[in-house]
Design a protein around this ligand. Structure first.
Ligand code: SF4
Ligand code: SF4
Length: 83
């Protein structure tokens, strides 16, 4: 019988938010299933309250936020870490 090995990984996300593209609409905050994002209170050059990752450790890299953003302000990278 062949021995089968299984490795279990969790996804870990890394976010890059372009604050100058952000219009502060909040759609990404609503789209995130892990409550990672929040308004930062920081205004960009256009005067918008921009989003930041308030709980970056909770990001799983699902990219719902990036897919939702109408201004393409979010990039998501995903790494696999042992569970
Ligand atoms: S990649 Fe997913 S978990 Fe991470 S901030 Fe975006 S929506 Fe939330
Ligand atoms: S969806 Fe895009 S434009 Fe809207 S708050 Fe999030 S990052 Fe900013």
């Amino acid at each position: 019988m062949t021995k089968r090995w299984m490795e279990v990984f969790m996804a870990k996300g890394l976010l890059i938010i372009d604050k100058e593209r952000c219009k502060g609409c909040g759609l990404c905050i609503a789209a995130c299933p892990h409550q990672v994002l929040a308004f930062s209170g920081e205004l960009n050059r256009s005067g918008y309250n921009v989003v930041h990752a308030e709980r970056p450790e909770a990001c799983v890299g699902c990219a719902f936020c990036a897919l939702t953003c109408p201004d393409v302000a979010i990039e998501v990278y995903r790494a696999r870490v042992p569970a």
